[in-house]
Design a protein around this ligand. Sequence first.
Ligand SMILES: [Zn+2]
Length: 140
Amino acid sequence: MSVYVPVKLQRQIRKQFCDRCAYCQTSEALMAITFEFEHITPQSIGGLTRLENLCLACPPCNRYKSNRQSAIDTEAGEMIRFFHPQRDRWSDHFQWNDNFTELIPRTSIGKITIVILRMNRPQLVNAREMWVDVGRHPPE
Ligand SMILES: [Zn+2]
């Protein structure tokens, strides 16, 4: 669901996340789609349209996350929260593999977020390979 986010707030969010998806780090400039302003705590459970609850997200990450904030890690058998783009530091939870095409989790939070948001979806891994070849990936 999309909700009106004031233009000034949109600019702040874009600047904060450097026009990249806060989850998979894809640059909006490399995609033929417009990124979205995602409510980290979903509106359906009271998440507000405020900077501390918003991030920039590519449409697939936003769709896969949906209105969730956590999921069951089937290996550990426990509920694990997702990465929180405003409270957590990305590099504490994720790292690139050697050729920068896939994300590797550093934590259980990183792991569940990669799985549920499908941050290593095949189409994206293929695209990352091409972006590496032309010097547009990984992001600085
Ligand atoms: Zn994404």
